[in-house]
Ligand binder design. Structure first.
Ligand code: 4FV
Length: 251
């Protein structure tokens, strides 16, 4: 799974340009018994298998011997949900040792003694931690200086600010009867930035209101919200013919 991932796209380019160094440790290589077993039945009974501590300890120690200051992260549904802020903090780390479990999970003693962070990419169950590790590798790699080309900067990412991104358009100007908003062809970059901020704010309000909770908004952003309030008030006022009750909500 990782060989291909390391040769493709942004990770592949970053590896070639030696901006990041990636390596895989096959846990089975650290199994000590003749059958190189890495999993066993759970103490206390129950279904499924558990990953044995010895091969895991061997693999983690081997990785740490190469990069002692790396942070050891276990990919597990019981972990803290990964987000852009976590990606940013990991991008400042010396390195990451990403432990990918399989089966029901790993022996708890490995978690206790070797794991710095438990991270989940979401509340669903995968067959293994590998895909979650790739998610972290790609989202962290693109924050490493120089990995993203000049044309695309991580700074303007969704979640890099408070909001989801504004709508994006490219040629043709009209697609199956749908035209691109004219403001984007005005060449007036001040007005275009204003429009993009407003679109970003309204999409966040409609799609991810949770992202606005407790957020410190700029004066410009508050002015946009006030303008909406005024627009909404006028619409309600226009309904004057019908008794719509006090305008309490929109002071
Ligand atoms: C997972 C997640 C995840 C659970 C059992 C691997 C699987 C198996 N990892 N975010 N969600 N892991 O489902 O990180 O061992």
């Amino acid at each position: 799974m990782f060989q291909l991932f390391f040769q493709q796209g942004i990770i592949g380019r970053a590896v070639t340009k030696q901006q990041i160094d990636v390596s895989v440790f096959n846990i089975r290589d650290f199994a000590t018994d003749k059958h190189r077993v890495t999993d066993d039945r759970p103490y206390g009974g129950g279904s499924g298998m558990v990953m044995k501590p010895e091969p895991l300890a061997g693999a983690i120690r081997s990785a740490k011997s190469i990069s002692p200051d790396s942070k050891t992260v276990l990919l597990t549904p019981q972990g803290r949900t990964f987000d852009q802020a976590a990606a940013r903090s990991y991008a400042d780390c010396e390195g990451l040792i990403l432990v990918c479990g399989r089966y029901e999970g790993i022996d708890e003693r490995i978690d206790h003694r070797f794991v710095d962070d438990e991270v989940s990419i979401g509340d669903y169950v995968l067959m293994g931690g590998e895909l979650a590790a790739m998610v972290i590798m790609e989202s962290v790699a693109r924050l490493i200086p120089g990995v993203l080309g000049a044309e695309d900067s991580a700074e303007k990412d969704t979640f890099s600010g408070n909001f989801v991104e504004h709508a994006h358009y490219t040629r043709p100007y009209v697609f199956e009867g749908d035209a691109v908003p004219d403001i984007l062809l005005s060449g007036n970059h001040g007005k275009i930035d204003e429009w993009r901020l407003e679109m970003s704010l309204i999409r966040t309000f409609l799609k991810r209101p949770d992202l606005l909770k407790g957020k410190q908004l700029s004066i410009q952003e508050i002015d946009i919200l006030k303008k909406w309030c005024a627009d909404i008030k006028n619409i309600i006022k226009a309904q004057s013919s019908r008794d719509t009750g006090p305008l309490s909500g929109c002071q």
